[in-house]
Ligand binder design. Structure first.
Ligand code: PLP
Length: 478
């Protein structure tokens, strides 16, 4: 419950809590007949004495708002119309009716924990603040006059930024494209959402990697898609599995994250890339290539994107600036056939009337600046260092207890726990010890795996994070 005591309020704390609960009852947060948290639970949540909650509940009882029965707790009275002039909607029930499903509770819990300053965050899939090009952004905003048009943006996004992206993808990813085939989106995430909403319908079968970031997105289930999993090894998915799935289930689309995959950090091998493209062309199955990480290769060797080898136009290419600059910019893009891009742009226009101009302006200057290349080189070196720190910490603190795939780029490390462990007990202990990670089951794997994101935490906290995890693990396996 979201309540803070107000030190300037002359009302005693129990009355402040009673008023807060009264408001929540009045606005339908607690509908008539619903159960309120137990005295013990609420006292823990609000960090007050249990006697304060007892006094608050007694106050509400005196007002006729709640009924209290020994042994069965406190419930909102069935007759509470007196506190509102209108019939109160049952918001709890209403929020369960929407078509977009919520994130799974475990994922929401982990996300909430990452906001506490004492927690070491080995869970959030983003860069640590020291990797953001903040100086460049500050200088740009202080020195460059902003002259772009402030009206609604074009449905496909700003033309200057799209031209800049054409130059960027040609130079860095060997993708030849014109601005007409690009849509600017709010990160790769919105691109995926639009693809699902506009190009697929309920009942369609799709294939995703197992484990994968896609698995953690309720977007697929919300759209009523039938999801089939493609097992992965150190070289990514096996394209023969795609063919098998197509023959059996007529899959309509394949979603892959071929470079430094989230969560395994693996690269789809060249041989498999070519084979995948062949199968996609043979059966006419579109591939969504989700590629936020390919420029983070630790060796510095460029990787060949599927899109750059796509001779038959079967690949929709998705990328963003989240893992290259800053997640808060919310700039991503889709590259594909013009018909598809126009359809997605029309949907984006319906949803948000086009992109915000300011992140587009900043991203154009960032992508076309002289510092871009040095920033990427610097970032790759720092990510490599972080990955070495986490691997060293795993050796020091968890030898024999875990095995892992050595990341070749990206920001994640996929770790197998060598002994069986109860996942929820582990997560609970880890939070108590002040560290969060993503349990494998959220990403579609069986229990016994965890994803550590080494790109998010600052260098000096990574080892401490693994130390805390090791302590939590030793308690959870007892
Ligand atoms: C593989 C992959 N795709 C897409 C996204 C979405 O990123 P964004 O919307 O910030 O570009 C992420 C974020 O972690 C990711 O790991």
């Amino acid at each position: 419950m979201n309540w803070q005591s107000d030190r300037h309020d002359v009302k005693p704390i129990y009355k402040q809590i009673a008023s807060h609960l009264e408001n929540q009852i009045a606005c339908g947060e607690f509908p008539s007949g619903s159960k309120l948290p137990s005295e013990r639970e609420l006292a823990k949540q609000l960090q007050v004495n249990r006697s304060t909650i007892v006094a608050a509940y007694e106050e509400l009882q005196a007002l006729g708002l709640v009924e209290r029965k020994h042994g069965s707790g406190t419930k909102v009275s069935s007759d509470i119309w007196g506190i509102s002039y209108k019939r109160i909607p049952n918001w709890r029930h209403i929020v369960e009716q929407g078509s977009l499903l919520p994130n799974v509770p475990l994922f929401r819990q982990i996300q909430q924990e990452t906001h506490h300053s004492q927690i070491i965050d080995l869970a959030s899939g983003e860069l640590s603040p020291d990797l953001f090009p903040s100086h460049f952004f500050q200088e740009l905003m202080a020195t460059k006059p902003f002259t772009w048009h402030l009206g609604y943006e074009k449905p496909q996004g700003n033309i200057t930024l799209r031209e800049t992206i054409c130059t960027h993808v040609k130079k860095k990813k060997q993708i030849e494209v014109t601005p007409a085939s690009i849509l600017i989106t709010s990160g790769a995430q919105q691109a995926l959402h639009l693809v699902i909403q506009c190009l697929l319908r309920a009942g369609d079968a799709i294939a995703i990697e197992d484990p994968s970031y896609f698995y953690s997105l309720p977007l697929f289930q919300s759209a009523g898609l039938r999801i089939f999993l493609l097992p992965t090894d150190q070289d990514g998915i096996n394209p023969d599995d795609v063919e098998r799935l197509y023959k059996k289930h007529r899959i309509k689309m394949i979603f892959v994250n071929p470079h430094f995959q989230n969560p395994t950090g693996t690269l789809l091998s060249m041989e498999r890339k070519l084979h995948l493209l062949e199968i996609s062309a043979k059966y006419g199955i579109p591939i969504v290539e989700d590629d936020p990480y390919s420029l983070t290769s630790f060796s510095g060797e460029p990787v060949m994107t599927l899109k750059s080898m796509d001779q038959h136009g079967t690949v929709l290419y998705v990328s963003s600036l989240t893992k290259l600059a800053a997640s808060g910019l919310r700039i991503g893009w889709v590259i594909g056939p013009q018909t598809v891009i126009e359809r997605l742009a029309d949907a984006k226009q319906q949803v948000d009337f086009g992109h915000s101009i300011f992140p587009e302006w900043i991203s154009h200057h960032f992508l076309s600046s002289e510092i871009f290349d040095t920033h990427i080189d610097d970032m790759r070196a720092k990510l490599l260092q972080k990955s070495n720190i986490i691997m060293q910490a795993l050796q020091n603190k968890l030898t024999d207890k875990v095995s892992y795939l050595v990341p070749q780029g990206g920001i994640h490390l996929w770790c197998k726990l060598n002994q069986p462990v109860n996942e929820s007990a582990l997560i609970k202990e880890a939070i108590l010890h002040g560290v969060v990670f993503v349990p494998g089951s959220v990403l579609g794997s069986k229990e016994g795996y965890v994803r550590f994101t080494f790109g998010r935490a600052e260098d000096d906290l990574i080892e401490e994070g693994i130390d805390r995890f090791a302590q939590a693990l030793s308690i959870a396996i007892e």
